[in-house]
Design a protein around this ligand. Structure first.
Ligand code: NAD
Length: 346
């Protein structure tokens, strides 16, 4: 497939390559769709093995942002930027040059931090462009909002399964006790849930969860097979795959990690096993609801929280439609987002 054919596959509006020799910047920005408003999506820095690999990634990620922003009810389109570089090669000049690249979209693209870029890098971009969201002194750390959304999504799953959204006495297995996983563990503990946790490296976090939240610790690869009501992946993508699906003893999967389902076949296999799934880009939308607000209105924390709580309703609706149609929840979620983006009414 040629590059142009790749770009047409997902119906992207614009894809631009940037080369700034002096600043050492090689980047691609993909504007997927702006039907709903200016496009928002972070800037990922990755040492891609080829330009094609970077293009493939930025096309996939930017389309994912269109879906995520639409499903979150935001008046925003989807885009993404990728910088092709080794993380050890990062410089201030590189991000200043990326800011200049963002300016060429004249407000149609807002960037943010992403994998291998952080708030400091965003500060360097802000020297040359105003089109940056998730600023430290405005919306700040998105993780607490992601926690609220994932917690609400889990309650919606409980309501669908049990007729009540109480989590009292339910067992949730959390993979990854990072910014989201730990916040979720604390919130679930307060709600009376029993916890099983795994984290490959962070001993401190594990110790805290065991001692203060009554969590049961299991090894990195044991988490998939534990008896629980809900498995909450909060570490890596692609953890629902042909190896893990036969192991699961959970009734539902609902967590923060992106791209949880390995591929279409995995989504279908999960459905065939009767395990419910809260679509990742819907349940983990709290962070983008928080940062995205900077792109279209004055930041208002209360309004953000109100909108994040709507994740409960959307997750519940996805589960209902999946039950009615027999289609995997992920397929329903993509359809839901695209109906909003392309103005298709049901
Ligand atoms: P984080 O880096 O703070 O935490 C991830 C944790 O997972 C780390 O403690 C890491 O040691 C652990 N981990 C890595 N591999 C593991 C494994 N195999 N088994 C168990 N633990 C493992 O990240 P985060 O911000 O908490 O985000 C968690 C996930 O949610 C990521 O996939 C992220 O993309 C996604 N997400 C986060 C946000 C947000 O607001 N932070 C928003 C949307 C999606």
């Amino acid at each position: 497939m040629t590059n142009i054919e790749m770009i047409r596959t997902y119906g992207h509006e614009q894809v631009a390559y940037f080369n700034n020799e002096k600043a050492g910047l090689r980047a691609i920005i993909a504007l997927h769709n702006t039907n709903l408003g200016p496009a928002v999506g972070g800037c990922r820095l990755w040492n891609y093995e080829s330009e094609e690999a970077a293009l493939f990634d930025v096309l996939r990620l930017s389309r994912g942002m269109s879906h995520k922003n639409a499903a979150a009810g935001l008046p925003l389109g989807g885009a993404k930027g990728v910088i092709i570089a080794d993380p050890s090669e990062k410089t201030e000049a590189m991000f200043e040059a990326f800011g200049e690249a963002v300016n060429t979209f004249m407000g149609k693209y807002y960037t943010a931090e992403d994998v291998n870029t952080d708030t400091k890098d965003a500060e360097y971009m802000l020297r040359t462009t105003e089109y940056v969201v998730g600023r430290e002194n405005v919306s700040g750390d998105p993780s607490p909002f992601t926690v609220i959304g994932v917690y609400d999504g889990i309650r919606a799953v409980a309501k669908f399964m049990n007729g009540s959204d109480s989590l009292e006495g339910l067992t949730v297995a959390i993979q990854g006790l990072g910014k989201v996983g730990m916040g979720l563990a604390e919130t679930l503990h307060e709600a009376g849930a029993k916890l099983i946790v795994s984290n490959n490296t962070n001993r401190e976090a594990m110790k805290y969860a065991v001692e203060n939240l009554g969590a049961v610790e299991v090894g990195r690869d044991e988490i998939y097979a534990v008896e629980c009501d809900i498995f909450a992946p909060c570490a890596l993508g692609a953890v629902v795959n042909s190896k893990t699906i036969p192991q699961f003893k959970c009734k539902a999967i609902a967590g923060a990690a992106n791209n949880v389902i390995y591929d279409e076949a995995a989504g279908e296999a999960l459905k065939a096993r009767g395990i419910l799934y809260a679509p990742d880009f819907i349940i983990n939308g709290g962070g983008v609801i928080n940062a995205g607000q900077e792109a279209f209105t004055t930041y208002d924390r209360e309004k953000v929280v109100e909108q994040v709580h709507n994740i409960y309703n959307v997750v519940y609706r996805m589960l209902e439609e999946s039950k009615e149609t027999g289609l995997p929840e992920g397929v329903i979620a993509t359809r839901y987002a695209e109906d909003i983006i392309y103005g298709r009414s049901k």
